[in-house]
Design a protein around this ligand. Sequence first.
Ligand SMILES: Cc1ncc(COP(=O)(O)O)c(C=O)c1O
Length: 461
Amino acid sequence: MNPFTWRDGQLHADDVPVEAVAAAVGTPTYVYSATAIRASYRRLAGLFAPLGAKLRYAVKASPNLHLCRLLRELGAGMDVVSGGELERGWLAGTPMSEIVFAGVGKSEDEVRAALSGRFSPLREVAAAHGAPDPAGRGPVGLFNVESESELARLSKIATELGETARYCLRVNPNVDPHTHEYTTTGKEENKFGIDADRIVDLVSRWAGRPGLEFRGLHVHIGSPVPQVEPYAEAIAVVLGLVDELAALGHRVAVLNLGGGWPIPYTDGAVPPLEDYARRIVPLLAERAADGLQVLLEPGRSILGNSGLLLTRVEHLKRGRAKTFVICDAGMHVLLRPALYRAFHFVWPAAWTGPTPRWLEQSDLPGLESCDVVGPICETGDFLARGRRLPPLAQGDLVAVFSAGAYGISMASNYNDHGRPAEVLVDGERMLRINARQPLATILETERTAVDLAISGRPVPA
Ligand SMILES: Cc1ncc(COP(=O)(O)O)c(C=O)c1O
């Protein structure tokens, strides 16, 4: 479904004109549609329901607590990649048993907090949120382990705490997902996962070690994965391992397929999710019927097209070579165009012509070619380049579509801008779910210098 439509010349999110959002909270602001989030979640869950698959929302896609709560209400567990995301997932009401903890560089502190709430950095905040005492919470449901060194760390800390770390090994299947090189995660030259031919040896050598319980395998080959076949290739590798392990008496109870399910950023650019399910479900149906628990870690496919970024035109500059539309959002708000040269469809919020298509070059009459850029002091600071847009003027409101995933989560304070506000619309309601970050918050941790005297040595005068 598309929650963003033009009615009476005004872009609406669900039933709320986005101009009303901008009037209420200013710009730049991320706007999410609860209706679209529910629909995307249910669509994906429905497609993989024949496998009894459970969804673990990839918090990194869009980590706002209220969005996590909404997804939790729909039945999602959480996929987290840091101690911060772990606490967030739990504060959103997710039982620890339904959280999977991934990531290549889990620190000792993060592992402690994941195994015992006694080490949660958020004990006071949790109480303020009405969450039960973190000291009473159990260990995280699963760790996705990415190296032997990490297994050693888990075993040591779990033993110290008298807990058990249940884990899946993340397999690197050496499969090309045909996505951007920065988001390719399943090729052997990538830092992620463990080479497939080392898995059986690793499971065998670590079986029975204290504090550990082997539960299964995890594989995540990239994001977004614009073709179906790489998933089938990765699944073939992993199922081969499942059989090898079973022959040695190591039961694989869980198979986590990760995320990477794509969304259309432009018309028809990727196969629909139905095609992915049609190919994948039969590969796993028998195993699932025999008790294999399938997990998925979707992020972008739920949030991506459920959110947009609202920005205002600060200046229009007509240069000899180009026209620049200079907006109040740039790479500090939405990094994807600068980082990946990612395409986001951009269009003015006030528009009375025919519904524009998600095309790189629109062929409607009266359009002007321009670069849509931000205020940041970098030439790489752009939202869209070489686009044909209706003539824009200072103060106009512009929407950047498909920005619900990896938008706010990659926003920064570069050039000392506060991070943007976030609003969730639900039918006719609009809820501010995050305030614009004030400068005082950015400066808080550096306001006062602290003298770090080196112990045992005289402090220089
Ligand atoms: C391990 C893992 N799982 C899940 C995801 C979510 O991917 P997506 O948002 O494309 O579904 C990612 C994202 O990169 C990831 O690294």
